[in-house]
Design a binder for this molecule. Structure first.
Ligand SMILES: [Ca+2]
Ligand SMILES: [Ca+2]
Ligand SMILES: [Ca+2]
Ligand SMILES: [Ca+2]
Length: 334
């Protein structure tokens, strides 16, 4: 018995040593990765609602100076991400001791004052060997103190007006220790035509948090999430990016978030999730309206029989509501 215990302890010790070794190697050899979860019900108001509880929290890990990280009160930060079929969402919690917003009078470029940038490289299959931006790579900026501005220097920038029309929103609130930033960016402004936004998609992603603390000086440092090279290079080198993977959505997500279903209804729907044909029963002589979560009507029929079959193959992946005479059922289109 004792020998057995001794043997097991030895095995565990060896495993620990090996495990630690592999962890160190992994940090050097593999790019940083994160998961972006399918979450609905986020409102861009610089307030972290309960929906964000499900999101992965990431830390800004590296400083562009290459040296040790600065004092956390000078600049430090965490962020969360989420996605749905139309948007990618961000919530940044940033510590910054002196806020230098961009103003017209400052005479500075937007990237020189306090700001956050996000970078996307949506197609990982076409990257240039030297890391120079492919047409699907993009750099976008949120400026502290400038809520209607979203600039980009490089990549597939479609212009801030296009983004505003497509629903780009962000809001910043000062916290006393820095600021929080909540944002949503429409996929339509990020993704190339050939990339489908769906569960399992992996793409290049990076964040940089630029910090200026003196109106007379330039930005004095940048914190990054993935780039551990010590050089401020993400704006021109996609090899500095990490990888983000979309998880959830397309049936894996609990459709119980947001609008409540009617519990006491005779209506039954199957299968759920559905690919092509959705059977709806308990609906004789009633009007059936299918809406998306934004309330837009996507299909409508009058049910002559007690059971009808709807061809939903043409609907985009996501969660939909079946409205029958005020009763609501949800289904997920794969
Ligand atoms: Ca919010
Ligand atoms: Ca600072
Ligand atoms: Ca690419
Ligand atoms: Ca600052």
């Amino acid at each position: 018995m004792r020998r057995d215990l001794l043997f097991r302890s030895l095995v565990m010790m060896i495993a620990l040593v090996f495990g630690a070794n592999m962890l160190v190697k992994a940090q050097v050899a593999t790019p940083r990765t994160t998961e972006c979860k399918f979450i609905e019900g986020i409102t861009v108001d610089a307030d972290m609602e309960a929906a964000w509880d499900d999101a992965v929290e990431e830390t800004l890990n590296y400083d562009s100076g290459g040296a040790d990280l600065p004092d956390p009160t000078d600049r430090s930060g965490t962020f969360r991400t989420a996605w749905d079929n139309d948007f990618i969402y961000f919530f940044f919690d940033l510590k910054d001791d002196v806020l230098i917003p961009w103003t017209e009078e400052s005479g500075k470029a937007e990237y020189e004052t306090d700001n956050v940038e996000v970078f996307f490289n949506m197609d990982l299959s076409n990257d240039n060997e030297d890391g120079s931006y492919t047409s699907d790579a993009i750099q976008l900026r949120f400026n502290q103190g400038l809520e209607d501005n979203h600039q980009s220097n490089h990549g597939n920038w479609k212009g801030s007006e296009v983004y505003a029309d497509d629903g780009w929103e962000y809001m910043i609130t000062e916290t006393g220790e820095g600021y929080v930033l909540e944002a949503k960016i429409p996929w339509v402004g990020i993704r190339p035509e050939e990339i489908t936004i769906e569960e399992g998609l992996e793409f290049g992603f990076e964040v940089s948090f630029g910090d200026a603390d003196d109106e007379t000086n330039w930005r004095e440092g940048i914190l990054t999430w993935a780039n551990d090279t010590g050089a401020d290079n993400s704006w021109q080198d996609t090899r500095c990016f990490g990888v983000m993977k979309l998880v959830g959505g397309g049936g894996a997500v609990d459709p119980g978030t947001g609008i409540a279903e009617s519990a006491s209804s005779n209506i039954q729907i199957a299968p759920n999730p559905v690919n092509n044909l959705l059977k709806i029963s308990g609906v004789a002589n009633q009007n059936i309206a299918i809406t998306n979560l934004m309330g837009q009507l996507v299909m409508e029929i009058n049910a002559a029989a007690a059971q009808v079959e709807l061809d939903v193959a043409g609907l985009q992946s996501g969660i939909y509501l079946v409205n029958v005479n005020g009763a609501i059922k949800k289904f997920v289109k794969k």
